[in-house]
Design a binder for this molecule. Structure first.
Ligand code: FUL
Length: 604
């Protein structure tokens, strides 16, 4: 009997230790006292996201809508003294917001239900400083409700931004009183508007009246969210989603979702992060060197928040400053391509609509991604590859592939494990290293000069335990020309030799053959005119008789409202001596393009 008991104890101990080795730690792992670096690294490798963190990560593209009293005052931060009567959008249409964002590939929208000025976009019971006191819909409107209904119609996820800092509430700074007020506002948002997928608390906060400092009750705040919206992730001052550390749309090349940074909302976080010498902006938040100093770790992935315009709120004078397609594309590669979720802000204008300038840019951005990611050249790239440090795997490419982007993914349901990798391509000159990286995580994209290759070889140089590579893909993303270059084109010395052969269609002889990367059409004095080009086709020719059409979008979108230089980059450089721009006006008449309004980007 005694022997039987001993045996079963022995067996269960064996089983338990086996289990411990395969155990995953959801969201948080505390290291045992005296754990060695190797033991800590193994535990870090088993840190995994919660189901809601995983669902959020897979969204990739999410949108912010900064809208409120600032939209009508032209400010970025209101002081809370604004008259609610200022809030009066003339054509507010939340369906237009969601429709445009959905078409552009966004999976969730987050609205500033309350910004720092304290003005609430829903008819709250907590204050009169809200839409209920505004002339909009005679005080019967509810922007949050409108957005909720639009999200239901277009099957879009929905999130709220509720500013902890409130420059209107008289009780701000009287900590227990304001905390109660804040939880009441949160409760209204989380009970009256269906399913909420993300709750966003920014980190900006200031002094209350009389210099009193507000001490927030994050425990009750997070507990309220868990109780009312168990599927929501909480961001920034929340503990599911981490601020990347800047508002420029720039992620880190080395981005650990399994991180040593303790969420600020946790008791003792300030002291603990200080002890480790880290903050949200730190470069390294997860290397072995950092793990050595840590006592616990968190699955706390990065979110890149950036505005499509210079400001977070709409200002008419920024209509011409909407980020270029190239800037948005760079942001995409530096956020989604750097193991982060992109939260792109597109602020509705005073009418209560997403402005045409932003709508057009979103369309271009979506069309570009569609084109760039249409043809994955890797064969069998979705077969799971389990790799230990030093392993390589060779993937065949579709025949004669030209590529300039490689995409890699780890199965993060098993943790984030890759620490260093490289990618080689088999070219006609043999194997060539085309990309090197550190972390992969949910998704990592790398860009490089185009190569023609028949195979790819991925090498995992270093990883924690076994890396689970769930996807390897390769694409050709057409290169884009930067806006900055557009200022230079008029000074291009080559122009001296150009000869205009006809006006409609606009045809020129460059005097000699050139390799063309793109062109710019810049209406004189940036003024709209009836003869201006709107739709077009562009052709190149070596002899002025046999023309080759160059594939483009064929439209200078929004030029009637915003007649700025229109830059068009070609997917591939084209050799030509003659150029023909066959264009029509917005009213479908032949357009009249002047030589001075046209420029070319030439490969030197
Ligand atoms: C910051 C705020 O101060 C800005 O106004 C904006 O809302 C940005 C997203 O977060 O902390």
């Amino acid at each position: 009997m005694k022997r039987k008991l001993l045996l079963s104890l022995f067996l269960s101990a064996l089983l338990c230790s086996g289990q411990a080795q395969n155990e995953n730690y959801e969201k948080r792992v505390v290291f045992p006292q005296g754990a060695t670096l190797e033991q800590k690294v193994e535990m870090a490798a088993r840190l995994v996201p919660t189901p809601q963190q995983l669902a959020w990560q897979r969204l990739e593209l999410t949108a912010f809508l900064h809208f409120g009293i600032n939209t009508f005052t032209g400010r970025e931060w209101g002081d809370g003294k604004e008259d609610p009567a200022l809030f009066n959008p003339t054509e507010l249409d939340a369906e237009q917001w969601v429709r445009e964002l959905k078409e552009a590939g966004f999976k969730m929208v987050l609205l500033t239900a309350k910004h720092h000025d304290g003005f609430c976009l829903w008819p709250t019971k907590t204050t009169t400083h809200s839409v209920a006191s505004s002339p909009w819909k005679e005080g019967k409107g509810d922007v949050v409700g409108d957005l909720r209904r639009a999200c239901d119609k277009y099957d879009m996820r929905f999130g709220v931004y509720l500013s902890p800092w409130d420059r209107n509430a008289a009780c701000y700074g009287d900590s227990p009183k304001y905390n109660e007020f804040f939880i009441e506002q949160l409760t209204e948002l989380l009970t009256n508007y269906g399913e909420v997928d993300e709750v966003w608390f920014d980190g900006a906060n200031g002094e209350g009246p009389n210099g009193k400092k507000q001490v927030y009750d994050w425990d009750t705040t997070l507990a309220t969210i868990h109780r009312l919206q168990p599927h929501a992730v909480t961001a920034i001052m929340g503990d599911d989603v981490r601020w990347v550390g800047n508002e420029r749309g720039l992620g880190r090349e080395t981005e650990w979702s399994a991180t040593v940074l303790m969420p600020e909302a946790y008791a003792g976080a300030k002291a603990e992060n200080e002890r480790q010498g880290i903050q949200a902006t730190s470069k390294d938040l997860g290397s072995r060197a950092m793990i050595e100093k840590a006592t616990e770790m968190f699955w706390y992935p990065s979110e890149v928040d950036v505005s499509i315009r210079p400001g977070w709120f709409y200002h008419q004078e920024e209509d011409s400053k909407v980020k270029s397609l190239k800037q948005l594309t760079d942001i995409y590669f530096q956020s989604v391509g750097y193991n982060s979720v992109l939260l792109l802000n597109i602020p509705p204008d005073r009418r209560g609509l997403i402005n045409e300038a932003d709508v057009n840019r979103l369309k271009e951005f979506a069309a570009y991604r569609k084109r760039a990611f249409a043809n994955d050249q890797v064969k069998k790239g979705t077969r799971l590859w389990k790799a230990v440090s030093g392993d390589t795997h060779t993937y065949s490419l579709r025949s004669k592939s030209e590529i300039n982007v490689v995409l890699l993914q780890e199965d993060i349901t098993k943790g984030q494990r890759v620490e260093s990798f490289e990618v080689e391509a088999l070219t006609s000159d043999g194997w060539k290293t085309i990309a090197k990286g550190t972390t992969i995580g949910y998704k990592r994209m790398l860009r490089f000069d185009p190569v023609k290759a028949s195979k790819l070889r991925v090498k995992i140089n270093d990883c924690r335990l076994t890396a689970n590579i769930s996807r390897v893909a390769a694409y050709y993303a057409p290169p884009l020309i930067d806006q900055v270059e557009s200022d230079a084109w008029r000074n291009d010395a080559e122009r001296k030799n150009w000869k205009q052969l006809s006006t409609a269609p606009f045809t020129i002889d460059l005097g000699k053959e050139a390799s063309l990367k793109g062109f710019v059409y810049a209406p004189a004095r940036a003024e709209a005119k009836p003869t201006m080009a709107f739709r077009y086709k562009i052709y190149g020719s070596m002899d002025g008789t046999k023309w080759t059409e160059i594939p483009t979008h064929g439209e200078f979108s929004n030029i009637m409202h915003n007649p700025l230089p229109q830059i068009v980059s070609f997917d591939k450089p084209l050799k030509a001596r003659y150029i023909k721009l066959d264009a029509t006006t917005p009213t479908d008449e032949p357009a009249g393009v002047e030589l001075d309004e046209f420029g070319l980007f030439i490969q030197k």
